[in-house]
Design a protein. Structure first.
Length: 279
């Protein structure tokens, strides 16, 4: 099953637009996991198992694994999610950006080594930096467009001409992806929850293309504004990511052994908060 079909099925089956981000920081783990060589895997597996029926996708961030020499645990985690929770797509958040043969190797890393269903990529180098990923016909390519960080405006809000000279770079990227790069139908865009007006503009430009939306929870994005701006007419179209607010819901409060239950509670609350504004 291809990425977009899996995502659409997960939206319906779990009645959810919530994407659970997996950004494991061992310094924040509960005491029971301290010192274990497989702590990252066990922590993330517990979170995934506790939230899988509430999520439309999981999004592990590769830097948290690589920095801790835990790439093998990332491989095992994605296998575990596919085995235990089939049909929930895994988006590897790596924001790769390179050209030609190098991009092809990054694609192999994401889709062959790790088995991810989709990968985040950076379009700054143009189409030939995206094309190698599109060769994997059933895998998703999630392209940065209007990111949630304040510094994103340094480049993404630059005027590129068109529409009376007011067309911004993020609008140009959105239109390129929608009209030229998405021939295989597996592309999505990253658009931050912290900019709901731009989210609405991207939705206007790309139709029903899926949007990965970071920025709620710890980053302060407003759920109602996000859903209202980004949903499709059918009330779907979004993967609204929350990472730290879910992952460390228990450990931040010294819940210890109950960290997975605490994560589930916050994930349920977040999914239901999103659903209040979907229809």
């Amino acid at each position: 099953m291809d990425f977009k079909t899996s995502l659409q099925a997960a939206w319906a089956r779990n009645d959810s637009l919530l994407c659970v981000g997996l950004d494991p920081d061992p310094a924040k783990f509960p005491a029971a996991l301290k010192g274990r060589s497989d702590a990252i895997l066990e922590f993330c597996k517990s979170i995934a198992d506790a939230t899988a029926d509430l999520a439309c996708a999981f999004k592990p961030q590769i830097a948290y694994f690589a920095a801790n020499r835990a790439e093998d645990q990332l491989e095992a985690l994605i296998r575990h999610i596919h085995d235990r929770h089939p049909g929930i797509p895994v988006i590897l958040d790596a924001k790769r950006g390179d050209i030609g043969a190098t991009a092809g190797q990054y694609a192999r890393e994401a889709f062959e080594r790790y088995g991810a269903d989709a990968l985040t990529v950076n379009p700054y180098m143009g189409f030939d930096s995206i094309e190698p990923y599109l060769a994997w016909k059933e895998r998703g390519v999630v392209i940065l467009c209007r990111t949630s960080n304040a510094g994103g405006s340094d480049l993404q809000f630059l005027e590129t001409g068109g529409e009376g000279g007011k067309r911004r770079l993020y609008q140009h990227v959105a239109e390129l992806v929608a009209t030229k790069w998405n021939a295989g139908g597996q592309c999505a865009l990253v658009v931050g929850a912290t900019f709901p007006a731009e989210l609405a503009e991207v939705r206007r430009l790309v139709g029903e293309m899926p949007l990965l939306v970071p920025g709620i929870g710890a980053q302060g994005g407003d759920i109602e504004a996000t859903v209202s701006a980004g949903r499709t007419a059918a009330g779907t179209g979004l993967m609204i990511n929350s990472s730290r607010a879910i992952l460390y819901a228990g450990t931040d409060k010294n819940a210890g052994e109950d960290y997975a239950a605490a994560a589930r509670k916050v994930a349920l609350e977040t999914r239901d908060a999103i659903n209040r504004f979907r229809r």
